[in-house]
Design a protein around this ligand. Structure first.
Ligand SMILES: [Zn+2]
Length: 312
């Protein structure tokens, strides 16, 4: 586990080719992801997604008619501190469809797209599609892929963009998007079930990653704002905010700690240890798709883990 990594999005064009050589490849996740350089792939719609979350959703919708490059797909890599590579720059220069998260999460996509002189790609910005904005006096939670109604909208947008790039495939893309969206419905049902059983229960988080899911499940985030904000920014939590956080566990104010397993540091570790000692279940979540899972399987596991932690 890296200790307090720099959490700022870093753009170092041309650097770190070796670092991302294993994750810039499109071919490691099976369906649809084939080598964009091979002749057979030339008829496929070239897509670049900022993370493998959107990459996987695109593959579900595009099937074998798309060649997807996910810029970030290594579960041990923190998307907040991504360093750009020339390999991804090249993929972006050829992309017909680009899916970025937006909301400050992956500004490197826009920067790289600009410097690759690709002005014709259709760019889908997930935060824009979500319609979500910062709450009054607060900050936008940019982790919109934990919000299933938003993901349904994104699926439609992806199908439309792919259909524009490959009109012959448009009907299939629309049908695949419908199939995908139908599988989101049980996830919303699971959230509603949690709400029925545990609505109003307090939870703590280390970062806002899972908040759309916990809110839809009727749970109340009791984390001191200063704690989760500092963790997300990669800065130190004040001793006072840390004490307030730890008191949530020792005082049994919360029923679970939903923990971002992708960004650990000594203070989040302390929170996790304190929760465990106090008998508060810890639910790990991640920013990007874990190896061997697709989006729906991953989110099903997340919601199920939350439900079973609360049932304890
Ligand atoms: Zn995050």
């Amino acid at each position: 586990m890296p200790t307090s990594p720099s959490r700022r999005l870093a753009l170092i064009t041309g650097a770190s080719l070796a670092l991302v050589a294993g994750c810039g490849s499109s071919s490691d996740s099976g369906s649809g992801g084939s080598d964009a350089q091979s002749p057979a792939a030339s008829s496929k719609v070239a897509v670049v997604a900022s993370t493998n979350v959107y990459g996987d959703i695109t593959e579900q919708i595009g099937g074998d008619k798309v060649a997807v490059t996910s810029i970030i797909s290594d579960p041990s890599q923190d998307p907040h501190s991504y360093e750009a590579s020339t390999q991804n720059q090249l993929a972006l220069s050829k992309a017909k469809v680009v899916i970025e998260n937006g909301g400050g999460y992956d500004d490197f996509v826009d920067k790289m797209l600009k410097s690759s002189n690709n002005s014709s790609a259709e760019v889908i910005n997930a935060v824009t599609v979500s319609g979500k904005t910062a709450p009054k006096g607060g900050e936008l939670n940019e982790h919109v892929w934990y919000d299933f109604p938003t993901v349904a909208k994104i699926a439609d947008r992806i199908a439309a963009a792919l259909g524009k790039a490959d009109p012959a495939g448009a009907a299939a893309f629309t049908k695949n998007a419908e199939t995908f969206k139908a599988k989101l419905t049980p996830l919303e049902t699971k959230e509603a079930d949690i709400k029925k059983k545990h609505g109003g229960a307090g939870i703590a988080i280390t970062e806002p990653v899972p908040l759309y899911m916990t809110e839809a499940s009727g749970l109340v985030n009791k984390t001191p704002e200063e704690f989760s904000h500092a963790i997300e920014q990669g800065s130190d939590v004040s001793p006072k905010a840390l004490q307030t956080m730890l008191a949530l566990f020792t005082g049994k104010q919360v029923k679970a700690l939903v923990y971002n397993a992708q960004t650990s540091g000594s203070q989040t570790q302390k929170a996790q240890d304190t929760a465990k000692t106090a008998g508060i279940p810890v639910v790990p979540v991640t920013e990007t798709l874990p190896k061997g899972k697709d989006y729906l399987g991953w989110m099903t596991a997340n919601v199920d883990a939350l439900a079973s932690a609360l049932d304890k």
